[in-house]
Write a protein that binds this ligand. Structure first.
Ligand code: ACO
Length: 341
């Protein structure tokens, strides 16, 4: 797939340092080996060194010796990270003893490495739930400046003629259960930015609902109408419209009849769901019933690239997610450099 090849090539041209907290997990180790073979990132694996080396030998992996292995029971920055965590969380009631205990948790170590400037991004979740991966990330790395909500977008390669030649992005499917109108607007704009930086295409964003342009009246519709207005205000350079039903968003003839004059209706390539219940169900239906390939969810809005895996993921899924995380780290640095100059 062209986009995935481009994402991998971009990673290879500018490898970033990615931390993998689940270093003793088989698929994670296989993925680390593949990424190192492709020279697409430098890797820190967190986990017991003997266990990692034994597993790497059993799997006959060739590149694991090129990684840095961080033993959570004994590493040189343990005291630095304890103090950092305590400083960051003391106002939330964390004691130094609690911080000392948490800095042995690989998921906390990964985010503390990023916060301390020791890694550029993190990928985890082959063994841990989404909540367990996200909580330390939200507590320690937090959101990007100007953003209050993190969300998850998925890239879907369908066999339909809709979107960008069958390619669409959807959000939020993973993080914020029931966003406010203001949060939904942020999610739309962030997904538009992800479409530009990761997808490499100009977004046409549909704010989805069960109503199109006032065809139904309900407080659930009101939220989408308000979010559309706010998103248009936040990003006047982006094509955003709503509220639109999914068919009005995607199908040119339906869009023309239900939302005449809309710049997005019938041509949307980014679909924003009103909450994660509809988003998560919607994308999984497209993936399974429509036999579409799904990449992600890719997390957006976080202060640094941190991505969560499904526990059912394959080693190849992890390879892709590491390459995506490297791309996000490159974009973040380019954005920071642009602000500084
Ligand atoms: N965006 C930004 N920050 C957030 C968000 C968010 N969406 N949610 C919580 N936070 C922050 C809070 O402000 C808080 O910060 P603070 O402690 O510095 O004040 C911190 O994160 C922790 O917040 P809590 O409310 O204590 O955390 P909670 O236990 O509610 O967990 C979480 C947050 C993990 C994101 C939760 O909302 C969640 O589990 N979401 C659903 C995840 C999920 O299961 N997704 C579906 C599976 S993914 C898939 O199928 C593809």
């Amino acid at each position: 797939m062209k986009l995935l090849e481009t994402i991998m090539q971009r990673a290879q041209q500018n490898p970033q340092h990615i931390v993998l907290p689940e270093g003793t997990e088989e698929r994670t180790l296989q993925a680390a080996d593949t990424i190192l073979g492709k020279k697409a990132a430098t890797i820190t694996l967190i986990g017991n060194p003997n266990e990692i080396i034994e597993l790497a030998n059993r799997l006959q992996l060739k590149h694991i010796e090129e990684t840095t292995i961080l033993d959570p029971e004994n590493y040189d920055k343990m005291e630095t990270y304890t103090q950092l965590l305590f400083e960051l969380r003391k106002s939330k009631g964390m004691t130094i003893d609690q911080a000392r205990k948490l800095v042995k948790d690989p998921l906390y170590i990964g985010t503390l490495m990023i916060k301390n400037g020791d890694a550029d991004g993190e990928v985890a979740g082959a063994r841990n739930t989404t909540g367990n991966v996200l909580r330390p990330a939200l507590q320690i790395v937090k959101t990007k400046p100007g953003v209050t909500v993190v969300s998850g977008a998925v890239l879907l390669f369908t066999q339909s003629p809709y979107g960008e030649n069958g390619f669409v992005m959807m959000a939020d499917l993973a993080v914020t259960p029931n966003p406010t109108a203001e949060e939904l607007a942020q999610i739309a704009v962030m997904t538009g930015q992800t479409a530009r930086t990761l997808g490499g295409f100009e977004p046409r964003i549909a704010m989805l609902s069960f109503s199109t342009k006032g065809s139904a009246k309900h407080e659930l519709v009101d939220k989408v109408v308000e979010a559309t207005r706010l998103a248009q205000e936040m990003a006047p350079d982006m094509q955003i419209d709503g509220e639109l039903q999914a068919d009005a968003a995607l199908v040119p003839s339906v869009g023309a009849s239900k939302a005449p004059g809309s710049i997005v209706a019938g041509h949307a390539n980014v679909l924003i769901f009103p909450d994660i219940q509809s988003g998560n169900i919607g994308y999984k239906l497209v993936q399974r019933l429509g036999n579409a390939q799904a990449i992600g969810p890719v997390l957006q809005g976080m202060g640094a690239p941190i991505n969560d895996l499904s526990r059912g993921c394959s080693a190849d899924d992890i390879v892709q997610m590491i390459a995506i995380t490297v791309n996000q780290a490159i974009s973040l640095k380019e954005h920071r450099d642009a602000i500084l100059h």
